[in-house]
Design a protein around this ligand. Sequence first.
Ligand code: ADP
Length: 262
Amino acid sequence: AEEALRQSQKMEAVGQLTGGIAHDFNNLLQGILGALDFIKRRIAEGRIGDIDRFLNGALDSANRAATLTHRLLAFSRRQPVDPRPVEINRLVGTVEELLRRSLGENVNLSVTAGEEVWLVRCDSNQLENALLNLAINARDAMPDGGTMTIDTANKVLDANEARQRDLSAGEYVCLRVIDTGVGMTPSVKARAFDPFYTTKPIGKGTGLGLSMIYGFVRQSEGSVTIDSEFGKGTSVEICLPRYKGNVDDALVDESLGDNRAG
Ligand code: ADP
């Protein structure tokens, strides 16, 4: 649980950093748009004598924006991705402990992950972050309280079910975070996975939670899907391929991971 807390503090730091970058990026973009608009009007009026200054300003801002995104990408690459077998129900149990202590009193948490040993192969830190991010979104969607449900299921997806998730048919382990919160309008749902898209106030949302989850699940050959009804609530489901190796692989790998984390 201490490790999970440390992780979540790190995540908060990442969130603040990326939030700051998103803000700077947006300012630069506004400057570029303003300059381009000005240049366009001057060309329309046939007065192009002084547009050089604005072109150079736009170029300069665009270069600075490119430097910012490179820095952000370099930062995210610094966390090495380490795919190995993970026991998903155990990971949910660890995150549950953390959530129980940090959710407000008005949010009722119901975790129905069982004791089954279901293995998936992915980076366990990234999966833990994904679950924490989904739980934070669910909490934020219920300012007046409600119920958050976390469940896991082993699913055999036929060709049709798999196609809906852009997966190939086979056996998956799926993790859902369900809330009884504000829900998404169709237009919010359509943009929810876009990097930097957020409806939260500045300093609260970074707009990177769902896009990072998307990147992580695709890289792990899984899927993430949103089911939401405005005013009723939201369910986000992550499916990852079921790992068919030996459970001992997970235990051995996990003990290695714990040593390195220390
Ligand atoms: P952030 O949480 O920083 O805004 P995300 O990428 O995690 O970034 O989410 C993007 C947007 O999707 C949120 O700002 C919110 O509008 C919407 N959203 C995400 N999860 C939920 C949810 N459980 N209920 C309602 N809206 C949600």
